[in-house]
Design a binder for this molecule. Structure first.
Ligand code: CA
Length: 442
């Protein structure tokens, strides 16, 4: 890992005034990448969030003088191709960050050019930040695995493999969309508790899952696994991820091959990729309870123990249709932290993913799994917060929820904050449940 540098200096200020607001998610110390356009007929291009603005990298490449190597990196970004930049690996990532940080800082002499390259975020339409070829979802919170396991298997909540192997499954990339998406309630097969045969219809137990998504930087050739050290270099950045889940469909279909239609109908991610470099001041040790076995050697290193985790605060907020009609703000349902929730680090899940020779490609998405904390109110899903429908969550205004209703808007938030560092945020990850499609059609 690269140590802190001048781009992390908490005293660094930008000539973009809104980036100096204490509450902004996007100060000059963050500089996340996103893909945007301002008109429907325009091609997508890559921008960097700064305060309440987007620095348009296509315009920046055209209008502003840059060192030659920076111009080379800006080329694919101008064309909206973040994957090509991701493929280049850690060194260009760090060098472009340094160049953008200098260009956006108060003392920059590039500001007269770059002032012409700002687009208000309010006018930017966002897409997925990159092309996501493959999506795998892990199960990295031992608290989530235990509390959900307890609902299904009270005697042995944690499966015996859990302590040893990062559990995951292959997700569906085609239904991943960016924040703001509407999710029709999925139809599917499920069994009601008192009935012998399954029925077909709209899911009655629709849920969200609070996760982070890891976007892969440089990939690996098939048959050439990544070491833990390479995996650490080669994750590009993080987004928020909501892994919508139909619990009734899931419990009927998941044995023996795992989740299928209960998860594949929709996944929502936040538009801005917070890079590994921006997260550098918030790295944290990988520590485990002494009762847990040490990881097998391919998942074990001094560097991973020293700073393998990332200290990211996470929140889930909900606004029902009735709350929206009354003009009532969303309510916070839970709060947890990535480093406390995750039993495995990002590098461990990535190294494990490739250890059989599987090739990851730039832009592939790895979900962490639901990031529930140790206590019941830190549950990263409604299934956990309502104790499997036994203790419904009470919303302001008196409504209750064990699962999501049509019109519910779920918003995930994340930020990093530590003494001696500038607070950075992820921007929201929002999705709204729409009524199910009538199926089969009349
Ligand atoms: Ca999940």
């Amino acid at each position: 890992m690269h140590g802190p540098d001048s781009t992390h200096d908490p005293a660094l200020r930008s000539w973009v005034e809104s980036a100096n607001e204490p509450t902004t998610d996007f100060p000059i110390q963050n500089l996340p990448f996103g893909r945007f356009r301002t008109h429907r007929n325009e091609p997508w291009r890559i921008g960097v969030a700064i305060g309440d603005q987007v620095l348009d990298l296509k315009l920046a490449a055209e209008l502003c003088p840059w060192p030659a190597r920076v111009s080379v990196w800006l080329e694919p970004l101008s064309a909206g191709n973040l994957n090509a930049f991701m493929a280049l690996g850690a060194r260009p990532r760090r060098a472009l960050r340094a160049a953008l940080s200098a260009a956006l800082s108060e003392k920059s002499d590039q500001s007269p050019f770059l002032e012409l390259c700002l687009v208000p975020q309010a006018q930017a339409q966002m897409s997925l930040p990159c092309d996501i070829g493959d999506y795998s979802d892990f199960f990295a919170s031992i608290h989530h695995a235990t509390s959900v396991g307890r609902l299904f298997r009270p005697d042995s909540p944690l499966m015996p493999n859990y302590e040893w192997v990062p559990i995951g499954y292959h997700g569906r990339a085609s239904s991943i969309e960016v924040s703001g998406m509407h999710v029709p309630r999925p139809n599917g097969q499920y069994k009601l508790p008192d009935q012998e045969r399954p029925i077909f219809g709209p899911s009655r137990r629709l849920d969200y899952e609070l996760e982070l998504g890891v976007l892969v930087g440089a990939g690996n050739d098939r048959g050439q696994p990544k070491t833990l050290l390479q995996a650490e270099e080669d994750w590009f950045g993080l987004v928020l991820l909501n892994d919508w889940s139909a619990r009734d469909v899931q419990s009927w279909e998941y044995q023996p091959l795992g989740p299928f239609l209960a998860k594949s109908f929709a996944t929502t991610i936040s538009p801005w990729v917070v890079t590994q470099e921006a997260l550098q001041p918030f790295r944290a040790p990988f520590q485990r309870d002494e009762s847990r076995p040490p990881p097998l050697p391919y998942l074990e290193s001094a560097a991973n123990r020293e700073y393998g985790h990332v200290d990211v605060h996470l929140e889930v907020w909900l606004q029902s249709a009735a709350m929206r009609e009354r003009g009532q703000s969303p309510v916070r349902l839970s709060h947890s932290n990535f480093k406390d929730a995750a039993y495995w680090t990002i590098a461990q899940t990535m190294a494990h993913h490739t250890v059989n020779g599987c090739n990851l490609r730039p832009g592939d998405l790895l979900g962490t799994g639901t990031l529930s904390g140790a206590t019941p109110e830190q549950g990263g899903s409604l299934l956990e917060l309502s104790a499997g429908d036994w203790q419904p969550v009470i919303l302001p205004g008196g409504e209750t929820r064990s699962f999501l209703l049509d019109g519910d808007t779920v918003m995930l938030r994340a930020w990093c904050d530590r003494k001696g560092a500038r607070r950075i945020g992820f921007g929201p990850c929002v999705g709204t449940i729409d009524p199910a499609v009538a199926w089969p059609p009349a």
